[in-house]
Ligand binder design. Structure first.
Ligand code: ZN
Length: 449
């Protein structure tokens, strides 16, 4: 057991001054240990990243050129499919490890990987059907980040039940194949790895298959993630074929509760927003990706007023920074309403504190892991901010989180501990050179394929 101290420790409950943290075998055992090693002046729990498609990091910046005056999510998706078709297990491991290093350096200490790149490009399974899942597990282990791996069920190409397109074939599983993948992977669970369920979307998984997966013993205690209501086209198709809006349909037909994470939930009626908040599920918000893809704006104010749970994800990884996700979550609302300081609660008028605390809580809930806090029993995931930064000069607890989220353009995360290990020290990841070199080699070979 090792004792640490911090002048100020932040958590979902607020600030603790002159804090003590004892850590043993990667867990916080008590918050009242001896003085021990000084962590720093400002210490926060690591931030969970609740939505990631790791391979998309390698195409960030390649879809910013107009191909058609009506470019949209759907034209971006074609570019993404073409890119996805070239990635094998070794590539995925190299890309994901690089991404996870970047996440840790930015202050994310856990990632939920919504993983649908299962098979070979022609749709045939790899010799081990879990090869791509194992590549992600290995990448997370190398980088030292916590992982909730969400193998994704993907069966149809639209609400009408049409078959997968040629480019979607490598995503496809039937229910039995999918459940056997989960059964294989769940045996590998440990303090830094959880397995959960992802249903790609209402358009990609028939209702009967959803029910079969959720009824299976294997999935009983797992987190459940689903993409929902990201695009107006999806809302229109759902209305046309199911006579209900996507979130409405999901809440009416499946047992949505605190195990669920509804990713995006961008297009909701006032009633859907209220019902989602009351369900206890987490809204998985990805503001930089949603902005990049032109998705729309989440009804943040109404949702927070109804005490809805939320977390943040970097999704397509056009940006890898919890600061940027939380900042743009608020800025989108300011631009839309022409007001300031929207994301506050009845008990806390700081936007930064309200959003940061909510994302810690909701991110932990969606991850299905004991993270997002430094309470006894939590995994020891800590972020130490750069107390020497001039941005923090003259700041105290009351202004620290707002300054961290709204004032910085340089990374203010100095040290990061994940699962009890120091993975980032003085802004450098322990293995960043060799992971970056392998990533560069991988990307160079892409030009030749
Ligand atoms: Zn996504």
């Amino acid at each position: 057991m090792k004792n640490y101290s911090a002048e100020s420790l932040w958590g979902p409950q607020g600030w603790t001054r002159d804090a003590r943290i004892a850590i043993d075998a990667g867990r916080v055992v008590t918050a009242t240990g001896g003085e021990g090693e000084r962590l720093g002046r400002w210490v926060l729990p690591g931030m969970p990243n609740l939505h990631s498609h790791a391979f998309q990091r390698a195409m960030a910046g390649l879809a910013e050129r107009q191909t058609n005056p009506s470019d949209s999510f759907w034209t971006w998706r074609e570019i993404m499919y073409a890119f996805a078709g070239r990635i094998g297990p070794d590539d995925l491991r190299a890309i994901a490890a690089q991404l996870y290093v970047e996440m840790l350096k930015a202050g994310y200490t856990h990632v939920c990987e919504f993983h649908y790149l299962h098979h070979q490009p022609d749709g045939k399974p790899y010799a081990d059907p879990a090869a791509m899942s194992l590549a992600l597990i290995e990448a997370a282990r190398e980088a030292g980040i916590g992982l909730t791996l969400l193998p994704t069920l993907y069966m149809t190409g639209g609400f009408d039940g049409r078959a997968l397109s040629e480019r979607q074939r490598r995503f496809g599983f039937d229910v039995d194949g999918y459940l056997s993948l989960l059964r294989q992977l769940v045996k590998m669970e440990n303090a830094a790895l959880r397995i959960g369920v992802a249903l790609h979307s209402l358009r990609a998984v028939p209702e009967k298959a959803m029910r079969a997966v959720l009824a299976d013993e294997t999935t009983r205690a797992m987190p459940i993630h689903i993409h929902i209501a990201e695009q107006i086209g999806e809302v229109q198709d759902c209305l046309a074929l199911r006579n209900a809006r996507p979130v409405e349909w999901l809440l009416d037909n499946l047992p949505v509760d605190a195990r669920w994470c509804l990713v995006h939930a961008t297009h909701m009626s006032a009633q859907e927003t209220q019902r989602l908040a009351q369900s206890g599920a987490v809204a998985g918000l990805c503001p930089t990706t949603e902005a990049n893809l032109g998705d729309g704006l989440f009804a943040l104010k109404a949702y927070l007023d109804d005490s809805g749970a939320l977390g943040i994800g970097s999704d397509s990884h056009i940006s890898v920074s919890p600061v940027e996700e939380l900042r743009w979550l608020e800025y989108g609302q300011r631009l839309a309403t022409r007001h300031r300081n929207i994301a506050v609660s009845a008990t806390n008028h700081s936007v930064g504190e309200t959003l940061h605390a909510a994302a810690l809580r909701g991110g932990a809930q969606a991850s299905g892991a004991a993270i997002g806090t430094t309470a006894a029993g939590a995994r020891a995931d800590l972020v130490v901010l750069d107390e020497n930064s001039s941005l923090f000069a003259g700041r105290d607890e009351a202004s620290l989180i707002d300054t961290f989220l709204f004032a910085g353009n340089t990374n203010l995360v100095r040290h990061v501990m994940a699962n009890g290990d120091w993975v980032v020290r003085d802004f450098r990841h322990r293995d960043e050179e060799c992971i970056a070199e392998r990533y560069r080699r991988t990307m160079r070979t892409f030009a030749d394929r």
